[in-house]
Design a protein around this ligand. Sequence first.
Ligand SMILES: [Zn+2]
Length: 118
Amino acid sequence: MVEAPETVLPDAGEHATCGQCGRHSGKRWSFAFGKPVPKGAPGEGIIVKCSRCAIQHRPMVRRSLMVALVVGSLLTLLNQGDILFAGSWKAALYWKIPVTYCVPFCVATYGALSNAHR
Ligand SMILES: [Zn+2]
């Protein structure tokens, strides 16, 4: 049986330095992105970011946008499809449809940040 190697996050103290802007942030407000490296290996592959930089982390934002596109389209079709195909657009659709896309974006982003939280 092969055991999974233990992983060590670099800079695991009370404070972390953002790898992007250099700002110091508390341990609870820092996020680690990337693949964990095996124990003993240098911390390459992981970048620690402060909360400001974390919400702008491009791969996460890109993934959240893709989730929003797919899930938002499905939800719009399920919830508003009959109205859309009938051609009888109501004024409420102009806020309902954008909100339908915002919800999966927020959920995907929250999930990614929760997973990256240190
Ligand atoms: Zn930062």
